[in-house]
Design a protein around this ligand. Structure first.
Ligand code: SAH
Length: 373
């Protein structure tokens, strides 16, 4: 086991300089995840009390008790009344503030649910708007020949179309990173066309990358003895099957099948039996927030001793070491962990029998968002 291969140098801050990739420093979804972990830790240590316990004016009332004179007789009863009234008022005010916080989504399950629902509604409205605009632009272009458009008009339309496509790409990309895969399935059911826009956008992004990890994975697969059963989860255009399909039995899965090599499904629920795969690959595809489901599903379909390969954007890791440990606790042994340039990390695990923890701490990845072009 070579567990310590990947070690960022002391003081070295790994920042994604990926062209076109926005450093995902403060994505909302991540902030929530990190915050909840922090809070959970604090609460465990007893540092933080739940909101409802924070604001009760007990101090004032205790003072009153001390003001009792000898023999239990109260010295200034009017003062106590005044204090009690003030305490009541303060409590009322505090409660009001708490409610406000909850409404803003700072606490409370109901508030959080409402906020999520509102956000989802807003996202859907935005998506509808983008797609409507996109369709309008395309229809306009189709009618263009008849209208005898000028050259400049064409250029403008092309620009507009590119912007719309890029907007759809960024929007869908963010969605995929910030929702559960079941919600992503729903999204593409509702708007299947948006998947094409996403794929086109992704392909354009990858063209700019000096070292797409997919190339390294393909090379590695070509170096292996033939006849391996390889699962490519979140395969996109199923480039692995295209490149090594003759050498190995490659099965490619993605949310939508963009070509005949792909089986459409949510990789959290693969239509495959237990223990059939020699190799499972996630190349830049751990996108949904139910990361745990993906790793567990990969383990289910893998043979014991089979290989799990994960390639991801470096800046997505909160802590690569912690991530590796978490995967191991799910029933793997780390075999390799190396940085491919500054942008990507490739990890390799071997499936073992023993599962140490079914819900390990640290299995977190930040979304990878893209800049406006
Ligand atoms: N592996 C390919 C594509 C990466 S893009 C490559 O390296 O080129 C990420 C892909 O993961 C997208 O095609 C997306 O649709 C897919 N994906 C994300 N979540 C998925 C899920 N739950 N099930 C199946 N595919 C998923």
């Amino acid at each position: 086991v070579k567990g310590n291969k990947f070690k960022p140098k002391e003081g070295e801050k790994k920042v994604a300089k990926l062209e076109g990739v926005k450093k995902p420093e403060k994505p909302k979804a991540v902030v929530v995840v990190e915050k909840s972990i922090e809070e959970a830790k604090k609460e465990k240590k007893g540092e933080k009390k739940p909101v409802s316990e924070v604001a009760t004016p007990t101090v004032e009332l205790k003072k009153d008790e001390k003001e009792e004179g000898e023999g239990g007789k109260k010295k200034r009863p009017w003062r106590n009344k005044l204090r009690k009234a003030k305490a009541k008022e303060a409590a009322k005010k505090e409660k009001g503030e708490e409610m406000e916080v909850m409404e803003e989504g700072g606490g409370g399950e109901e508030g959080e649910k409402k906020k999520k629902k509102k956000k989802k509604k807003k996202r859907n409205a935005v998506l509808d708007e983008i797609i409507k605009d996109g369709k309008a632009a395309i229809m306009e272009e189709e009618g263009e020949g008849a209208v005898d458009s000028s050259k400049t008009g064409d250029v403008k339309l092309e620009d507009a179309k590119e912007k719309i496509k890029s907007g759809i790409f960024r929007f869908i990309n963010e969605q995929l990173y910030t929702v559960k895969s079941s919600e992503a399935v729903e999204l593409f059911k509702k708007e299947p066309d948006s998947f094409w826009a996403y794929h086109e956008g992704f392909a354009q992004q990858t063209k700019k990358w000096p070292n797409h990890p997919l190339r390294l994975i393909i090379q590695w697969l070509l170096s292996k003895d033939s006849g391996k059963v390889v699962f490519d989860l979140g395969c996109g255009e199923a480039k692995i099957a295209e490149a090594v399909g003759k050498r190995h039995d490659v099965r490619s899965f993605d949310l939508v099948a963009v070509n005949e090599r792909v089986t459409a499904c949510d990789m959290a629920h693969l239509p495959e039996k237990d223990g059939v795969a020699d190799i499972v690959v996630f190349c830049l595809s751990l996108m949904g927030t139910n990361l745990l489901d993906f790793i567990k599903e990969a383990r289910r379909v893998l043979k014991t001793g089979g290989i799990l390969k994960i390639a991801e954007v470096t800046s997505r890791f909160v802590n690569p070491k912690m991530f590796v440990e978490a995967v191991c606790k799910l029933g793997f042994q780390v075999h390799e962990r190396k940085a491919v340039t500054d942008y990507f990390i490739i990890m390799q695990f071997i499936k073992i029998e023993k599962v140490e923890n079914k819900r390990p701490y640290g299995l977190v990845l930040k979304p990878c968002l893209y800049k406006k072009r």
